[in-house]
Design a protein around this ligand. Sequence first.
Ligand code: GLC
Ligand code: CA
Length: 543
Amino acid sequence: MTQQHSRPQWWHDAVIYQIYPRSFMDANGDGIGDLNGIIQRLDYLANLGVDALWLSPFYRSPQADAGYDVADYRDVDPLFGTLEDFDSMLSGAHERGMRIIVDIVPNHTSSEHVWFQEALASSSGSRERARYMFREGRGEHGEQPPNNWQSVFGGPAWTQVPGEREWYLHLFDTRQPDLDWRNPEVLEEFDNVLRFWLERGVDGFRIDVAHGMIKVPELPDWDGSQEMIEGGNRGPMWDQEEVHEIYRRWNRVLTEFGRDRMMVAEAWVHPPARTARYVRSDEMQQAFNFDYLLTPWDADKLRRVIDTSLESYSAVGAPTTWVMSNHDSVRHASRLGLSHPGQRPNGIDADGEQPDEALGLRRARALIMLTLALPGSAYLYQGEELGLPDHTTMPARYRQDPTFHRTNGEQIGRDGCRVPLPWRADAPAFGFNTTGERWLPQPESYARYSADRQLEDADSTLELYRRLLAMRHEYGLGHGELVWQESSRSDVLSLTNGGVTLVLNLGETPVALPEGQVALQSATDAISHGQLAGNAAVWLTTP
Ligand code: GLC
Ligand code: CA
């Protein structure tokens, strides 16, 4: 027993791979990835060397927001398979030593959820409506929305019930009505949803929009838009004190199943000390570090965000996470090829600045060497191990993100980072399936990034990731300690973590390397005459 307690919990240093099921691997050839596709690729993932997989939603859903609109939290959508397929996927992952994290979307349900259908069919003031945020409209006949809130996806955050004075709140799409998290029935229902998946054997949950479930009771007007300031949402709908009570409650639900299950918060709040409040010892276990994701290609800013993160999270006894990409952001290989890589453009289209693909990839390969040298837990987004860029010229007619449609194309949206993965260079849909069907088009360039080509190439990005992950594991970097090394240049970062020294040159001109044996380098031309080239990184060991 004592031994169990002293063992660090698995998520403290875990490298967690995000699967976006729609675009990972399509086993039945209908153009949408599925659970059987994941099963086919479990060996690939185990071979890559990740500790856990986080799956974006695969629940029953009309797919108005790619599954983040859940109609039944206890079933798999036929698009993705069945509960039995889920169980096989889970045991297949466990057999290979990988844990499974599933996505919980508690802020809103789908408008096709039975609760919302009941609410629409019931009268105002009913128990059915009390599960959501129905309010009378303003104006003589209630013809104006109850307040001026805007949806994160653009347009008003309210939709009127046809023929009524009442409107319902949706921070996202019309088809994603917000639940009322002050209603005990809602709390009880989600306790049981968690238990349902815990009983099936999942190791953790990723909590969607974790900072949005509690709104200021009076629902006051808010003149700030939904635009984020330094990566943080502001306003009476975000980051309210009471939201933490929900996580204390869920923490207790998790402990019914032992001490080995975890939750990770998707909370776009700023600064890190604020995000760290979601991972106090009686709340969640991890939070995505979006400040790191948003940091530009700048040595000083990276160093500062790393220090602030480590400080803020260790102050509450939680591990820091490191995140570079996910299904909501332009992939970092594309971002880092832009003239202002720190921006998080909401998608890139043919009219926008096109990233310098070679530069973006070169920097992405250097950045992962920093990321995996840091103590804590790291999240990888499917395809980044291939160095994938976004599809930055996708024609508008293919776009599916509600953001694009709700803003009449003003916001390009997130489709560009959600494109099906290329598994084989010379196959239909680059091996995503055998039929060539695909829910979003892949750019021609994806042939160059295909997994099969990279598996045969010792200098590929995939091989770099594999070696970095193996060495990170071997040297215990995830539970190591970071010590900055002085560097002669302001555009060069250097640090040690246990037996490994990382040097990252964010500038353009070569820099002299310290003593040490080169273990891994980000590019074949990274080192010459004892110097590290620009936009490159190296891991050294001391002999
Ligand atoms: C989260 C998800 C995003 C989704 C939104 C609404 O931000 O990551 O994909 O659209 O929540 O559920
Ligand atoms: Ca399929």
